[in-house]
Design a protein around this ligand. Sequence first.
Ligand SMILES: Nc1ncnc2c1ncn2[C@@H]1O[C@H](COP(=O)(O)OP(=O)(O)OP(=O)(O)O)[C@@H](O)[C@H]1O
Length: 875
Amino acid sequence: MDSSRGPASFTTQANALLRKNLCLQKRNLKTNIGITFFPILICVLLVVLQNIINNELDKPKYKCGCVCVEVGVDGRCARKQCGIQYSTLDQVASCPIPSPPRWPALIQVPRADFRAVRSSTQPFSDLPDPSCRDSWSCPATVLVTGKDPAIAEIISRRLFPALSPSLNATDFLDVLSKIVVGSDTQPWYAQLLEPAFSFGRTLVLGYDFLNTTEYGLGVNVWYNSTYNDNTAYSFIATLRVPRLVNAVSNAYLKSIKGTWGEMLLEYVKDMPKVGTSFRLDLSSLLSALFFTWIIELLFPVMLTYLVYEKQQKLRIMMRMHGLKDGPYWLISYSYFLTLSVVYMLFFVIFGTLIGLNFFRVNEYRVQFVFFFICINLQIATAFFAAIFFSSVRTATVIGYMYVFGSGLLGAFLFRLFVEDTTFPYGWILVMETVPGFSLYRGLYELGQYAFSGSTMGTSGMTWENLKDPINGMRDVLIIMSVEWALLLILAFYLDQTFMLGGGARKNPLSCFRCFKKKLTPSLHEPSFVQQDSKIILDMEKPDVVQERAVVEQLLIDPNANQAIICDNLRKVYPGRDGNPDKLAVRGLSLVLQKGQCFGMLGPNGAGKTSFINMMIGLVKPTSGTAYVHGMDINKLVMGDIDRERTSVLLWQIKKPQRCCISEGTSNLAVDDSLKSVNLFHGNVGDKKVQKYSGGMKRRLAVAISLIGDPKAVFMDEPSTGLDPASRNNLWNVVKEAKRDRAIILTTHSMEEAEVLCDRLGIFVDGGFQCLGNPKELKGRFGGTYIFTMTTAPEQEQEVEQLVRQLSPSANKIYHLSGTQKFELPKQEVKIAQVFQAVENAKSRLTIHAWGLVDTTLEDVFIKVARGAQAFNEFA
Ligand SMILES: Nc1ncnc2c1ncn2[C@@H]1O[C@H](COP(=O)(O)OP(=O)(O)OP(=O)(O)O)[C@@H](O)[C@H]1O
């Protein structure tokens, strides 16, 4: 990212970002272990429970009872007889009924107000208008089947004499009689149908099959299954009544379009298999809830990851180092996608291998499409949600609550509404717009098909099944795909607006800014905003007034030598919880040339960090602006940094970030930078930053800040907490670095300011009190010598007299048990006179120690800061 080489290529950016992602991933070891083991745990749990249930069901106490009727020569039972008569109550359910009564023929011609009409769920054009319900004139389709078509025909004619000529008798197979419905049978139908009983089984399906009560169907199927020796089937019927109703009615609805017989036949022909292969398949029944949790587990992980970048200001830092939005999005998205795909593949393969029917029975194509859309939607949702969080802790808690909550709530709502065929379908679709619920619904559908498939020995959900009107999967896929696209666009837009990486906000309408006149003043048009307050503030600070005049002149007539120009920068933090607004920086104007280091000295809370944060784009100025090599910092915070060649770098000195630099990937720029801060040799650069000392971390931060040859560097308290040796080392690096760039540093160390800074500003309560080079300031504000003398306490008076003789306007600034300190105005004393006077006094006084020093910068700082604070308090 050296400026001479131009902006880094996409591959370089991708490479760097990928490394950063892997680095963060590696650091979250606990999360990685959690997301790997949770699916394994759930799948294994399902398998274990399944085996326990199977073993239980296979025990003799639940199998049809038997007795031995013939004992072999070896003493074992050679022949046994089984049946209800040999069974306990628990065993009865699994015995065939010896001579089951014939299935009574039932007929259902529903009342007109229940008959099917055109609706959103039955959009067929050949259905009547709903108004027929009021007039009881809805047409009914009655299907009569029997072993002997002739009988069915006779019955039909007797039933509907008026329609006889148009009746079409068809030879329906008797297997259809295994489905019989009836809840609204009228006695006279039964009488009419009586003759059919003696000729075989008869099935009559009412036109409005869909509206039959669920329970009625369940009961009928139960009897029917008993008749067919499939006792276990009853379990399905009661458990899965809505599905059964839907499946049959679906087939029936299709029949209206012409192929009903085949469809129904297709459905019922599998029925006999049910009893033999039935097992309570837990993976299918519980999949929706458990698998929702498993799949959504990546959501909080991604959300936390994105919010962490925001909280730690990593995103804004990456931007400042030249990372563009395009590569960031593309690479972050691809990274999450890869992570999710690997996770899902692992989950599906593991589930298949350990024998979960959910995965084995449903077609893999359907699973792939569904899971692929799910994970994409999840990633888009994470990007979108990240905009609204600024704390990792909150994001993590809410993320996990969403995962477990949406699974449980989904389970509750879907049991309540989706399985209720009378619940308006539109509302179900509305519910499914919540990503967690659509995921639940999709899994629920796959689970239901897997259940049918595993119990009937057929395939689960196939591609073809997506066309079934009762199959919610198609709607889920459509809703999820649309949401995915919308959320992604919205998240990208909001990311631009609210700066996902932290920092200042952009006007939401800024996308239209190309249509508007540019509002920010150009470098050539000085800002006259807030001139009034500026004049008042600057009245008593000649340095500041002068600096402002220079700034204004430079804005009109820019000069290539000026690296940084701050034009009346102001920051007001809005008051919270009833507190007033905080004016942190009040109209700061400053000019800094290339090759200069400017030091900002100020007491705690003076506003130094706020100033630096504005300069690097972490915080938006309330008013005013600054130009760093001609680039407006207001553009910087508006996200245009990537369009301009960035020349600003953040030195996040207080909390250095860990980074990964391996030997193989160190490029020239990295090597050079590491060498410059003495971290290259001895493979120090390959070590984990965690293992660096404080001084090494700070030097590393300098190295990072210098990569890309920035023209301006901002340092916030660079040497805080360093031992003298490390500090000297660091100062050398900074001295070297300031040669061809401008540096602004804040510090509490006067020594550091004197060593490194060409100019200083003492900053108190948001404004400069004075500006100048260290010597100048000492000369101006410290025109005194400090005279210190330690004698016996009873001689203090005499010492004071001595000092007054030397300098009548001397000012005692300190005294404690014999030690006294005086300020002697330079114009009143000569150093030789002081030495002479002390020499003479030695004969009468017991002088333990004495000294005469010039004013230090610290004295100047204390004087100016105290003066300004006192003035502000008074004001
Ligand atoms: N985000 C914020 N919201 C509200 N007030 C803030 C915010 N950040 C800083 N302040 C207030 O603004 C003032 C200036 O703070 P700032 O951190 O810029 O001072 P500083 O000179 O860097 O202090 P120090 O030397 O202690 O780091 C302080 O009174 C501080 O409480």
